[in-house]
Ligand binder design. Sequence first.
Ligand SMILES: C[S@@+](CC[C@H](N)C(=O)[O-])C[C@H]1O[C@@H](n2cnc3c(N)ncnc32)[C@H](O)[C@@H]1O
Length: 303
Amino acid sequence: MGVLTSTAALFNAIASRLGRPPARRDAIADDPPDAVPAEADPPIPRITGSGHGTAGIARYDQWTEAVFGQKIPIPGVLFAASFAGDSVWGQKTHEALLNVELAYVEHLCRQLKNNDVPGALVEFGVFEGWWINHFYEVCEKLGLDRPVIGYDSFQGLSSPHPVHDDAFWQAGQYAASLDAVSRNVKLAERRRIKLIPGFFSDSLRTPDAVAVGEIAYARIDCDIYEPALDCLRYLGPRLADGAVLVLDDWPHRLEVGEARAFHDWASTVPHLRFEFLFFGTWGHFYTRVWHHDPASPGGTLTP
Ligand SMILES: C[S@@+](CC[C@H](N)C(=O)[O-])C[C@H]1O[C@@H](n2cnc3c(N)ncnc32)[C@H](O)[C@@H]1O
């Protein structure tokens, strides 16, 4: 089988199979001369007729499942694929989507700055400090002079809930010591960063945590239901109007984990409204938080 060396080669091979003329060379700038000839690939089976067991199927997702063997998402989904997440193309996709997400995070932080949305950038569940470091670097780059605060047990996950968490999660998972994380985030030399240690059920009541004022950007990455709910309750009175709230492990099921916590909490904060922003790879769920003002149906931020 031939190796497809570029998007253009891939496109031309498919076009040739379908009996269409190949793409014009000037339309795809990176097309190498003499791309692998399409004839090297085996023919693909031709689909004929209107069969495929679709008779009587009214719903689009059922129809795509019958014809393509999988439910293909609704229009508006930006990317859908047949390849597995751990395949070469899956990994390329993850990498590309992560780059999009990081650029979007920078855009969100720039919006916070340009619109004077007040408050700190915080993360609940820092593990080895990857996101804390990233927030620090974005703040430095943008001249966004805000505290960057990480809250963590530094002993890994607390015990998952027997019903409201998936069995995958285990107490003690993702443990990284306070010493190790302090070194990773260069705590001693970065005045902007602060770490608040302890299990959230205790640490969010300590004077250090209580003293944190408004919050402009909150990232919940503690994976499981009860701690996520503790964090959300702590955030309720602190999230600024226009703040960003990210849940890192959104399971797309309301019964478990961070989605259940958000569901349970949302009905207790009628002063807040939520705008969906973005769902990224690895379950990252981005929302904007608005202070509910009956006189003004929607907030806006300039870029
Ligand atoms: C998946 S890791 C976080 C990954 C991290 N955000 C990163 O950038 O790599 C989950 C973190 O949540 C913390 N955690 C889980 N349950 C907690 C709890 N009840 N109280 C405090 N920290 C908790 C764990 O210690 C762990 O560091």
